[in-house]
Unconditional design. Structure first.
Length: 168
């Protein structure tokens, strides 16, 4: 198991999970910093269905999840409609789009990730989306300090840029 993990940071920490549906009736979830963030990303064509890729997406009517006294915690929800269940190919396509998005919108900072994330969090430098590597110990320290950072699961992590070799 590698001693470092890839992580990404952004400027916000509070997230809202929305139930979304595309024009083809594929249901999925999306995490946003708020309703305004969803509206802004939707207007810019950044919210798309992970199943079919279309950007005609809207929020579904949502209700709070309330457990009855007869239900046990950890109970699995009923099986989703088979038409909305993503296939492995859908997942691979979505993971590829996430990798492309991170690679094109985040600065790669390599093993300086923890220092860069802290510097932005404490106002020592301008906020910008970054990704890189850090040790599990450093990642835990970032969480304890309240620095907004999260591990990138391997399928979603872009390949780090190749550094030019020193010819001297």
């Amino acid at each position: 198991m590698p001693c470092s993990q890839q992580v990404a940071a952004d400027t916000g920490s509070d997230m809202i999970k929305y139930a979304l549906v595309c024009a083809a009736d594929h249901e999925f979830e999306g995490w946003f910093s708020g309703s305004d963030a969803f509206d802004d990303q939707k207007a810019r064509g950044l919210v798309e269905c992970p199943i079919c890729g279309i950007t005609d997406v809207s929020k579904q009517i949502m209700a709070p999840s309330v457990r009855t006294s007869g239900e046990k915690s950890g109970r699995m929800p009923s099986k989703p409609n088979s038409d909305s269940t993503p296939t492995p190919e859908d997942f691979a396509r979505m993971a590829g789009k996430v990798r492309e998005h991170i690679a094109s919108t985040h600065d790669y900072v390599g093993d300086r990730f923890a220092d860069e994330a802290r510097s932005m969090f404490y106002g020592e430098q301008e906020h910008r989306p970054v990704w890189g590597e850090t040790t599990a110990e450093e990642a835990k320290s970032l969480v304890e300090e309240g620095v907004p950072a999260a591990p990138l699961p391997t399928p979603f992590a872009p390949k780090p840029p190749v550094k030019p070799k020193d010819v001297n």
